[in-house]
Design a protein around this ligand. Structure first.
Ligand code: IPE
Ligand code: IPE
Ligand code: MG
Length: 232
């Protein structure tokens, strides 16, 4: 692959971390941080549209997050049930399509109906695509892909394997932003992030402002992506 200077990423993936600490700092229950975090998704999706960034992925619930206290997990599921439709309506106004990626089979019929309605009532995708990753785990995704290929009895290559992943049809992220100070991937998009530029910041997700997005974009624009080639 050719080396290229970057202007604007086509796809930004976010590990939205720090909701609990944001709430704790304000002496509020962790759950109120999750509620506040949804506003950041709405705001950034609109900013991306304004900037001309087509794809935004948001890691909202990992396959490992089930190990949290039941009360927090239940709250997160309720929050999805209550807020997903209004999120999708807001995206629809800007013609942003909502996609949900992950192993959704674990969710209740009621929640699956909400997911279906939210995806159907979102935009056509002309304004961009918001990919919400729920019960998403990269190892689970890769193992599923491998098993799907085995069942088909067909060998895969790097490109055709992508079609067996949850992110089928979505280009690999150009930029990954993790808020909340941790410098790890926490089982997110391990296949897709092979050549993604990584950006870590201490800001807690509900506080991640549009200005900080612009700072991350400036930082990205200065990087040289070589894809294994040589400096130009
Ligand atoms: C990220 O924020 C949101 C989810 C994982 C659902 P956290 O809930 O992990 O917040 P911190 O990292 O504990 O502050
Ligand atoms: C990563 O955050 C998962 C999501 C943002 C959905 P976590 O808070 O679960 O990650 P760890 O436990 O710090 O690695
Ligand atoms: Mg966390």
């Amino acid at each position: 692959m050719k080396s290229k200077k970057n202007s604007l990423p086509n796809h930004i993936a976010f590990i939205m971390d720090g909701n609990g600490r944001w709430a704790k700092k304000r002496l509020m229950p962790r759950t109120s941080g999750h509620k506040e975090g949804i506003k950041t998704i709405e705001r950034l999706s609109e900013k991306a549209l304004e900037l001309g960034i087509k794809y935004m992925s948001y890691f909202a619930f990992s396959t490992e997050n089930w190990s949290r206290p039941k009360s927090e997990v239940d709250y997160l599921l309720e929050l999805l049930e209550k807020r997903l439709i209004s999120l999708s309506e807001r995206l629809q106004k800007n013609d942003i399509e909502l996609i949900i990626s992950g192993d959704l089979s674990i969710f209740s019929d009621k929640l699956l109906d909400v997911f279906g309605e939210a995806m159907n009532s979102s935009g056509s995708g002309k304004g961009g695509v918001a990919n919400l990753c729920l019960n998403y785990g990269a190892r689970d995704e890769i193992i599923r892909g491998v098993n799907a290929a085995v069942v088909k009895g067909k060998k895969v290559d790097e490109e055709s394997f992508k079609e067996l992943l949850y992110t089928n049809g979505i280009p690999d992220p150009d930029l990954l932003i993790r808020t909340g100070g941790e410098k790890r991937l926490s089982n997110f998009m391990l296949y897709q992030l092979a050549y993604t530029e990584l950006y870590f910041c201490d800001t807690l997700w509900p506080d991640f402002s549009n200005e900080e997005l612009l700072i991350a974009l400036e930082n990205y624009a200065k990087r040289e992506r070589r894809f294994g080639g040589l400096k130009q």
